[in-house]
Design a binder for this molecule. Structure first.
Ligand SMILES: O=C(O)CCC(=O)C(=O)O
Length: 301
């Protein structure tokens, strides 16, 4: 449980940054988290993969188990806030929710998902996809993700790859398992480009380099994936995704939501604030659950 304040200073986007996000579908910020926040959160992750859960509650999704999986398997865990309240204090931070909401042009932000992606040396690729595909059971099916580097990440470490402007492509994505594809991990991207009428030579893939604590904000329709880690160092990152405050579930038969739909109430399309807390609104409202459950590691007061 976080009780002390960090040295985080509130960030304000310039209009040029917001315009860049709208045009490119992503925005890189080199310094978001102060070093002590990076260390505090990162220190909690390896114990989770050793099944040491502070709350005793298991995550929603868990890939890569030391001793059981291939040693180079990507360790990804989603729904970590359930397992550890220090991680939750970042996942539920009002600031990240505010920044996501500001880029989305939303009047408030609701928590959707947290997920860490630890890629050991030689970790395989992550297939290209759009994050909105994974929230299609939610209305509106629009998510913004703040993907944060927990160590210095260079392009050869299997970093995140994005395709500038691809959030505006008219094309479909299909729900798929993205880990270690047995096909070219960019194949879904090439198919999307073809559907959108974009020549392969016009598709620019940008590998994001970031210092620890830096981040990239991702539009939910942006095509992205990641390559193999060709270094001797583990690539460490955490992604925090939010949806608009007013989001509700689609009718039960609409869209995909293999994690989200577990928390749907019978006969009710409201997103329960116990599972999807409202994290930021301009008037300061936060779901009581988020306040009671953990501190806010980026709290400003
Ligand atoms: O970190 C990665 O390699 C992939 C992350 C990703 O696809 C995401 O956060 O949406």
């Amino acid at each position: 449980m976080i009780t002390s304040r960090s040295s985080y200073l509130p960030m304000q986007f310039s209009s040029a940054q917001i315009q860049q996000f709208q045009q490119q579908g992503f925005l890189v910020v080199d310094a978001l988290l102060p070093p002590e926040v990076v260390t505090t959160v990162d220190d909690r992750l390896d114990p989770l993969f050793a099944t040491r859960f502070e709350t005793g509650i298991y995550p929603d999704e868990w890939h890569g188990r030391p001793g059981l999986s291939q040693p180079n398997a990507t360790r990804q865990m989603a729904g970590m806030w359930r397992c550890d309240r220090t991680v939750a204090s970042l996942s539920f931070s009002a600031e990240i929710a505010r920044l996501n909401a500001q880029l989305g042009g939303w009047s408030g932000a609701r928590f959707a998902m947290d997920s860490c992606w630890l890629k050991p040396p030689n970790a395989p690729e992550v297939a290209f996809h759009r994050n909105n595909t994974y929230v299609s059971c939610i209305d509106p099916a629009t998510v913004i993700t703040c993907w944060i580097a927990l160590n210095d990440i260079t392009p050869d470490m299997g970093t995140l790859e994005v395709v500038p402007g691809s959030h505006r492509w008219q094309c479909a994505d299909t729900f798929k398992f993205v880990h270690a594809p047995d096909y070219d991990y960019r194949q879904p991207l090439w198919e999307a480009a073809q559907q959108a009428g974009v020549e392969p030579t016009q598709v620019e893939v940008e590998a994001i380099a970031l210092p620890a604590g830096g981040c990239v904000f991702l539009h939910g329709d942006l095509w992205h994936g990641s390559g193999r880690n060709c270094t001797e160092q583990t690539r460490r990152s955490i992604a925090i995704s939010t949806v608009p405050q007013a989001a509700r579930f689609q009718p039960p038969e609409v869209g995909v939501g293999y994690i989200f739909s577990r928390y749907r109430r019978l006969g009710d399309d409201a997103m329960d604030e116990s599972f999807f807390p409202i994290l930021w609104t301009p008037d300061g409202y936060r779901s009581p659950m988020a306040i009671a459950y953990c501190g806010d590691i980026l709290a400003l007061e």
